[in-house]
Design a protein around this ligand. Sequence first.
Ligand SMILES: Cc1cc2nc3c(=O)[nH]c(=O)nc-3n(C[C@H](O)[C@H](O)[C@H](O)COP(=O)(O)OP(=O)(O)OC[C@H]3O[C@@H](n4cnc5c(N)ncnc54)[C@H](O)[C@@H]3O)c2cc1C
Length: 390
Amino acid sequence: MSTALETEEHQALRAAVAALGKRYGRDYMTTVIREGSHTGELWAEAAKLGYLGVNLPEEYGGGGGGMAELSIVLEELGAAGSPLLMMIVSPAICGTVIARFGTDEQKQKWLPGLADGSLTMAFGITEPDAGSNSHRITTTARRDGTGPDADWLLTGRKVFVSGVDIADATLIVGRTEDARSGNLKPCLFIVPREAPGFGRNQIDMELHAPEKQFELVLDDVRLPADALVGDEDAGLLQLFAGLNPERIMTAAFGIGMGRFALGKAVEYARTRQVWKAPIGSHQAIAHPLATAHIDLELSRLMMQKAARLYDAGDDVGAGEAANMAKYAAGEACVKAVDQAVHTLGGNGLTREYGLASLITASRVARIAPVSREMILNYVSHQTLGLPKSY
Ligand SMILES: Cc1cc2nc3c(=O)[nH]c(=O)nc-3n(C[C@H](O)[C@H](O)[C@H](O)COP(=O)(O)OP(=O)(O)OC[C@H]3O[C@@H](n4cnc5c(N)ncnc54)[C@H](O)[C@@H]3O)c2cc1C
């Protein structure tokens, strides 16, 4: 894979993470999944090597880099077969939001731990009755009393929230009582895992991954005044600051998984021989693999553009590029996995080769955190200026 567009530091980071990924790899991941356990060792080691906090400020123990670096880490772990989905939420969304908008105390409390891996955060925005339409979220925060020191009481439901069981806290997107009508005026709260009234039920997902998804029930969860991150009135800006990294990182997740599947298929097609020559010499097998490679490379270019814009402080430009990168990577991932499975014939469906389960896993990159259709809507309306149907 050509990386000449990247700086020497980025190439070195890519090589070092790839080496770590190789030491863990797909067998490690498969064992973790089969045992129903977690990727704690890989998480801890990646953190110790400075990879998980590579985007966080140096003064809080991070690497002082940005999304360009963090996306390299997730892509390379994914390409080795052991992606860490929680990187999308813990350092990327939550770390970014707290670093940019948190109070000094919140930064002191969370950032060093997010960087050294001793603390993990989940992120909850999706609701059962809102789904793709975040404007409809109804999780509501109200003050119990008056004045800036009054506690908050948070009530509502969330769904599909990843990793709540292993996260020390979840960053919950709610809205204040006086902002329930009209456009979304979100506010972000740090909710500790064991907070009274914060219930979780694991969703029975048909997904071969170590991270689990949860439905959350928040029943008058009492939070101190300082559980609110940033400004009650500037929540939308803060939310977008976290959602762009989420999209860039989901692109990295998709590109990594696509590369892993493609690598397995190419290896197989080179040697599997049922006629005169290996199956990889038939263009019906070779061309779709070549197309998948091109699509993954193109997705990475858009991901790099999004990361560069984001790291340069251009939130608006990054928004469009991050959406496009997430779309392109999601599609490239789904196609690469599909073609990889097909290349292996019957072996594509065996547990031994481990590709069939990626068919479901790859769909995550198409659906979450924002679906393919919602990105096409965004580009239709925001970029092309077409009218809206909904
Ligand atoms: C594995 C996994 C992990 C996740 N982790 C998290 C997490 O950690 N935190 C979190 O908050 N959420 C998480 N999610 C939720 C995810 O972000 C949502 O599933 C996603 O935003 C889509 O919402 P929905 O499932 O309610 O689908 P819906 O909004 O019900 O959409 C269903 C279908 O309708 C289409 N659709 C909807 N509206 C339109 C429209 N206007 N035009 C055209 N098509 C439309 C969609 O594209 C989709 O295909 C996760 C989901 C998965 C699968």
